[in-house]
Design a protein around this ligand. Sequence first.
Ligand code: SAM
Length: 229
Amino acid sequence: MHIAVLTMFPEYFRSPLDTSLVEKARRLEHLTVEVVDLRAYGTGPHRQLDDAPFGGGAGMVMAPGPLAEALDPLEGTHRVLLTPAGRPLDQATLDRLAEFESLTLVCGRYEGVDERIAEHFIDEEISIGDYVLLGGEVAALVIIEGVVRLLPGVVGNPASIANESFRDGLLEEPQYTRPAEFRGLKVPEVLLSGNHQKVAEWRQRQRLRRTMQRRPDLAADFPDSEDDD
Ligand code: SAM
């Protein structure tokens, strides 16, 4: 996969792209990332990217000209604008984005981008949640992380992706590791039993219970869970 990121702050991406599985994906050439400095397309001696909003109001708006020039060579890629007004990001959207060969992620700043860019130069608008950040860079990194771990060969054991939260509409069950007793706190007996059938049933009950308690919106399609441990 190739990802182009359009940003006013290329330096924002240095450390995250050189860390952990994103670094591994780039090293193994599952992923290439091109960080495009929007300033290069700015106008005037200060490489300006923003202008005052028509109709008045607080703040500045990212002007269409520089963004369009940066986006023109990226036609044919799937172009995503990060914006609080976009469709809320979820696992199904990440699964879908991971299928594209080339993604372009456009990071807004100021009050956002001129609407003509959103309407005519963008394929999809995505929000990472119902809150407002300073800019789209963190949102772009959320998408990069979420997509990269789905690329074949990046996560060591594919089963860890198949069994995790949101895969079957449920949250993952609680996880435990050694020691079996820690400061008097014991691991649930069933996990030490060696009975794979019972462990699988316990895990499924825990997934249902946890989802009902914490995310009833997700659990709406599932029958009531039994409240045991
Ligand atoms: N005036 C905008 C509004 O009220 O919706 C907020 C603009 S925000 C300060 C600047 C930029 O940050 C946006 O253009 C967008 O790229 C990014 N951004 C902020 N919050 C975001 C979110 N929840 N999801 C995706 N991008 C976000």
